[in-house]
Ligand binder design. Structure first.
Ligand code: ATP
Ligand code: MG
Length: 563
């Protein structure tokens, strides 16, 4: 059985396999190991993926999606042509393409994969990645954290070493940092952290913003609404950034970027490395906090780090190595090939699963959960307290149990709400699911006891169960990766609810606004959807519809103001 490893990146995607005793990169039809993570529709409405889609982006930006990974786990959709697609669907197109070229390359159908994700991906983002893999026809054998994968690739070649290794991965869209301890072929992840909204893309955007502003100052023309011009500037900004990794200055010339009074206008600008670094310094500073957190979670000081390995295309910017040196006091070194390390590590993991790598050869790996997991509980004062069951950076797989008691007299139901996140206020975190236990014997507060257990597996997926001690009633939820995200509650039945009539116009107005015909800013779109769901829920459950309606009205007026 062939299992391939896939690094499904924000900017680029790579696949590799472990066979014949070594890691091997899988080449795409263009003969390259690197496939741009771009998906689009051509003029005749056919799907195009990879290099062709990226080329299309310049001509048909409205029909091409790039950097979709950033949207994984959100409700955001991406418009191509005149249809909207979910991130899962587009990611699955990309994975189908990988599956097709891997099958071609290996000469047999490839149906199994290990897919890597940023360590900092949450449960929903992991599940969506699995779902995208399944839609592409893969059985997803394992979800592996990217920096762990990079370390695995490194570890395989340095089995005899005894050391602390810090993997610093700055890619196209995410920043991940992981601290590992290696000894005797055991690779133990001590802590993981990062920022899944920080990567090369953000450097490009700051440079773009600079170019747009300079252009506006010179020509009094705002190009921000011109999709085609923006696509060309983005492309040039990225090329310039990459050139500045080698050179001290770079000249950008885009002829006929737009036309003014019938005359073509060009964008002509020279950017020096010094200017670029000054422009983006704040982004690099954002890497410091995750570095501190990981070191302190691992209980290790800077001078105990033996190696710092740089992974991800963005670490080719000279200022990255400099910043790491200044901050950690340790000279980092680049992974053999920063773009391949993650895919190769995923292939090593695939090799361990398929048996291609003999466990007797050494190399055992343990990983950690990057997020704090817990339930909402009453702590004596506050009923929105995040009670931690599994703290972040605990070695996985892990099972932990905590005991709770009823908090009001004669309550007959207990609701278990499961959250992921670092806030001490439960509802400020990310809700993963909830369930309730009924038929609790009505007794004074604190008498009925409940054991809640969390099990976190190697994919970073969670199982939660609760058992009522007095009756032995047990219930739980499995955040089941094979079934995809939990089904949302059907709110369309609000129409039959009592009092629905008074809110009909309000609800219809909101739905029209959300239908996507008007460009509502993203944050408002999210608040509008939430307020709308809240009102419908209140109507169905007989809750406070008046308050929910009031909130919705306020958001609608904000939306109108923004339009
Ligand atoms: N020589 C270079 N100098 C600066 N940046 C570079 C260079 N080469 C590549 N990059 C940047 O690296 C990024 C892509 O790196 P990589 O392929 O490791 O990311 P990814 O795996 O797609 O993203 P992620 O891991 O964040 O999901 C892009 O932003 C690209 O512009
Ligand atoms: Mg990457």
């Amino acid at each position: 059985m062939n299992i391939i490893g896939i690094d499904l990146g924000t900017s680029t995607t790579e696949a590799a396999i472990y066979r014949g005793g070594k890691k091997e990169l899988i080449l795409n039809p263009d003969g390259s190991a690197i496939t741009p993570s771009a998906v689009g529709l051509d003029e005749s409405g056919n799907w195009v993926v990879g290099e062709r889609a990226r080329a299309h982006y310049m001509m048909l930006p409205e029909n091409t999606a790039i950097e979709v990974k950033r949207k994984t786990g959100t409700d955001e959709t991406i418009e191509l042509g005149h249809t909207r697609y979910s991130p899962i669907e587009l990611q699955s197109r990309l994975l189908s393409y990988v599956r097709a070229y891997a099958s071609e390359y290996l000469g047999e159908s490839v149906d199994h994969a290990v897919i890597s994700v940023p360590a900092y991906f949450n449960d929903i983002q992991r599940r969506e990645t699995i779902r995208a893999g399944e839609l592409a026809g893969f059985t997803v054998e394992r979800i592996l954290n990217e920096p762990t994968a990079a370390a695995l690739s490194y570890g395989l070649e340095h089995l005899e070493e005894e050391s602390h290794v810090l993997v610093y991965d700055l890619g196209g869209g995410t920043f991940d940092v992981t601290l590992l301890e290696m000894f005797d072929g055991v690779l133990e992840v001590k802590a993981s952290g990062g920022d899944n909204q920080l990567g090369g893309k953000d450097f490009d955007e700051l440079l773009m913003e600079y170019l747009l502003k300079r252009f506006q100052d010179k020509h009094r023309i705002n190009l921000r609404k011109d999709k085609r011009a923006m696509a060309r500037i983005k492309d040039e900004a990225e090329k310039c950034k990459i050139a500045l990794s080698e050179r001290d200055s770079c000249h950008i010339l885009i002829p006929a970027i737009c036309v003014q009074d019938g005359v073509p206008v060009e964008l002509d600008e020279t950017v020096t490395r010094e200017q670029f670094e000054a422009l983006t310094r704040a982004l690099l500073q954002r890497t410091h906090k995750p570095l501190d957190t990981v070191l302190s979670d691992a209980g290790i000081s800077e001078n105990e780090i033996d190696h710092v390995i740089l992974v991800g295309g963005s670490t080719r910017m000279p200022m990255v190595a400099r910043d790491v040196f200044d901050y950690l006091g340790k000279e980092p070194h680049h992974a053999v090939h920063p773009e391949y390390a993650v895919a190769e590590g995923a292939a090593v993991q695939a090799g361990i699963i398929s048996g291609e790598i003999d466990p007797a050869d050494g190399l055992i790996m343990t990983d950690v959960n990057p997020y704090t997991l817990g339930v909402r509980a009453f702590d004596g004062e506050d009923d929105d307290h995040m009670s931690v069951v599994i703290p972040r950076n605990v070695t996985i797989p892990v099972t932990r149990t905590e005991r709770y008691a009823t908090c009001s007299d004669y309550q007959t139901e207990v609701i278990v709400e499961v959250y992921q996140g670092k806030s001490r206020i439960a509802t400020h975190n990310h809700q993963l699911g909830k369930f309730s236990i009924h038929e609790v014997p009505p007794r004074p507060a604190g008498t009925e006891k409940l054991d809640i257990s969390f099990s976190y597996d190697l994919n970073g997926l969670l199982k939660v169960s609760a058992i009522l001690l007095s009756t032995g009633t047990e219930k739980g939820i499995e955040i089941d990766m094979t079934k995809g995200p939990e089904k949302k509650r059907d709110l369309s039945i609000w129409k039959n609810a009592e009092g629905a009539k008074a809110y009909r116009t309000l609800i219809r107005t909101s739905e029209r606004l959300l239908s996507g015909n008007e460009p509502i800013p993203q944050e408002l779109c999210v608040s509008l959807q939430e307020a709308l769901d809240k009102l419908k829920t209140a109507l169905i459950d007989g809750g406070d519809a008046e308050a929910a309606g009031e909130l919705l009205r306020k958001i609608i007026s904000d939306v109108r103001e923004a339009l």
